[in-house]
Design a protein around this ligand. Structure first.
Ligand code: PFF
Length: 446
C-alpha cells in the first residue's frame, strides 16, 4: 500500500512544526507564563523543552520512521516478546483515544477563534447584533463553529500526506509567522508594552523552587511538541530515509519553542498595554486573570480601545489563532485516520469523514456538558495522559528496542551518527533521564 510521504525536508519541517505550533504556543504558553511567575516559567519551559521533550520527540520520530506505521503497529514491531507486543499495542490504542479526546476540545476552542476572527468584520459592516452573537458564549454558536472547524480539518486530511497536510502547512505556517511578527511590531509601540516585556524577560529565579511551576512547564512542553499520542510518530513514518532525522527533529523543537517564546512577546506586553488602557488584568486578590479571560476578554477589549485599527488588529490576531489551530488539528486527526486506513483498510476519504464525524460528536457531548466536562477532559489528557504515554514511548525506544536497530535507523541520512553528540547522549536520556523526570513530575501532579 502506498503510505504517502512528505516530499522534502522543508515540507516535513513545516508539517511537523505546524502540528507542534498551535493554541498551545500562542494561547497556552503565554497564559501559563502570566499565571506562573513570568520569566521564571519561561526559563523552566525552555530547559525542560530541550532536555526532556526533545529526546522524547526524537523517540517518536525515530520509531515512526523505522516502523513506517501508526503507533499501534509500530510499538509491537520493536520487540519479539508477546507480552511487550501487547503492551505496545495498548499504549498505541491509549494514544489514539487521547488524541481523539484532545481534538474534541481543541476543535471547540478553535471554533471560538474562528468566530472571534469574524466578529470584527461583521461589526465593521454594521451587523453589531450578529457580531455579539459570535462572541457571546452560546451552545448554538459553539456547535456551528466547532463543526465548521472540523469540516476544514477533515477536508485537508482527505487530501493525504503531501497534497493535504504538507501543502496546507507550507501555506499556513509562513502566513502565521508573518501575522505574528506584524502584531508584535505594532504592539511593542504601544504604551505599557515595555512593562510587560520586563515581566516576561526578567526572571525571579526563586520561583523555580515551586514544583507546581515545573509540572506545568513539563506538561506545556509535552503538549506543545504534540508528544505521547503517536502524532510525531506518524509524522516520522512519513519522513524520507534520506533526511538527517536528528537535525530535522532539532529544527522542529527549535521552531516550536521559538514560536511559543515569540508569541509571549505579543501576549504578555498586550496585557500590560490593555492595563494601560484601563482594562482589568488582575483579579481582586492581585492575581493575573488567566486562560480564557485573557484571550477572550482582555485582548478583545484592548482591540476595542484601539479604535479603527483595533478592528484589523483583532481580526489578524484571531486569524493567527485559527491558522495555528488548523495545522495542529490536522495532525491530531491524522493519527486515528492513519490507523483506520492501515489497520482496517478503509480508504482515506471514508476514514477521514468517519473519524472526523465521530470526534465532532464527542465535541458536541462536551458542548452540551461544558461545565462538567470541558476542564476535566483537558486536565486528564494533557496533564496526565500525554506525559504518561510519552514515558512509555521513551521506555519502548530506550529499553525494549535493540540499540543497534535504533542506531541504524538514525544513520540513514546521517552516516556518521554514531560518533556524534546525539548518539552519546540520547540513549541514556530515553532510558533513564526522561522516564525518571516524567515519573517524578507525574507523581507530583497527582
Ligand atoms: N501541539 C499542539 C499545540 O501546541 O497547540 C497541540 C497538539 C497537537 C497536541 C497534536 C497533541 C497533538 F498530537
Amino acid at each position: 500500500m502506498n503510505r504517502g510521504q512528505f516530499s522534502s525536508k522543508f515540507g516535513f519541517i513545516m508539517a511537523a512544526t505546524g502540528a507542534a505550533v498551535g493554541l498551545g504556543n500562542i494561547w497556552g504558553f503565554p497564559t501559563q507564563v502570566a499565571s506562573n511567575g513570568g520569566a521564571a516559567f519561561v526559563f523552566a519551559y525552555l530547559v525542560l523543552a530541550f532536555f526532556l521533550a526533545y529526546p522524547a520527540l526524537m523517540a517518536e520520530l525515530i520509531v515512526g520512521r523505522y516502523a513506517r506505521a501508526n503507533a499501534v503497529k509500530a510499538l509491537p514491531m520493536l520487540t519479539d516478546s508477546p507480552a511487550l507486543k501487547l503492551g505496545g499495542k495498548l499504549v498505541g490504542i491509549a494514544g489514539l483515544i487521547t488524541v481523539a479526546v484532545i481534538l474534541s476540545f481543541y476543535a471547540i476552542v478553535a471554533g471560538w477563534m474562528f468566530a472571534y476572527a469574524l466578529a470584527p468584520l461583521l461589526k465593521l459592516v454594521g451587523l453589531e447584533q450578529y457580531a455579539h452573537w459570535l462572541t457571546d458564549f452560546g451552545v448554538v454558536r459553539n456547535l456551528i463553529f466547532t463543526s465548521l472547524f472540523m469540516i476544514a480539518t477533515i477536508l485537508i486530511i482527505c487530501g493525504g500526506v503531501s497534497a493535504g497536510i504538507e501543502r496546507w502547512s507550507k501555506r499556513l505556517m509562513p502566513t502565521l509567522v508573518l501575522i505574528l511578527l506584524l502584531l508584535i511590531g505594532y504592539m511593542l509601540t504601544l504604551p505599557g508594552a515595555m512593562e510587560g516585556l520586563k515581566v516576561y524577560l526578567v526572571p525571579d529565579f526563586s520561583l523555580l523552587l515551586d514544583s507546581s511551576l515545573l509540572v506545568s512547564a513539563l506538561g506545556q512542553a509535552f503538549f506543545s511538541l504534540s508528544l505521547g499520542v503517536g502524532c510525531m510518530l506518524i509524522y516520522g513514518s512519513y519522513m524520507s530515509s534520506d533526511e538527517n532525522i536528528v537535525r530535522v527533529g532539532a529544527w522542529v523543537t527549535l521552531i516550536d519553542v521559538g514560536l511559543a517564546f515569540v508569541a509571549g512577546l505579543l501576549i504578555i506586553p498586550a496585557m500590560y498595554v490593555a492595563q494601560h488602557y484601563g482594562v482589568e488584568i488582575f483579579d481582586k486578590s492581585g492575581v493575573l486573570l488567566k486562560e480564557d479571560t485573557l484571550i477572550f476578554t482582555v485582548l478583545p477589549s484592548l482591540f476595542e480601545q484601539m479604535g479603527e485599527i483595533g478592528v484589523f488588529v483583532g481580526m489578524a490576531f484571531f486569524l493567527l489563532m485559527s491558522l495555528a489551530a488548523l495545522t495542529s488539528s490536522i495532525s491530531l486527526l491524522e493519527v486515528p485516520v492513519s490507523y483506520v486506513i492501515e489497520s482496517e483498510k478503509l480508504d482515506r476519504n471514508k476514514a477521514s469523514w468517519l473519524i472526523g464525524s465521530a470526534i465532532t460528536g464527542l465535541s458536541f457531548i462536551l458542548i452540551f456538558n461544558f461545565d462538567q466536562l470541558f476542564g476535566l477532559v483537558i486536565a486528564i489528557t494533557t496533564r496526565y495522559s500525554q506525559p504518561l504515554l510519552g514515558l512509555f514511548f521513551c521506555l519502548y525506544a530506550g529499553w525494549v528496542w535493540q540499540r543497534n536497530k535504533a542506531l541504524s535507523e538514525i544513520k540513514k541520512g546521517n552516516e556518521h551518527a554514531e560518533y556524534g553528540i546525539f548518539w552519546k547522549i540520547w540513549p541514556v536520556y530515553v532510558r533513564f533521564v526522561c522516564p525518571v523526570f516524567i515519573l517524578a513530575m507525574f507523581f507530583h501532579a497527582l
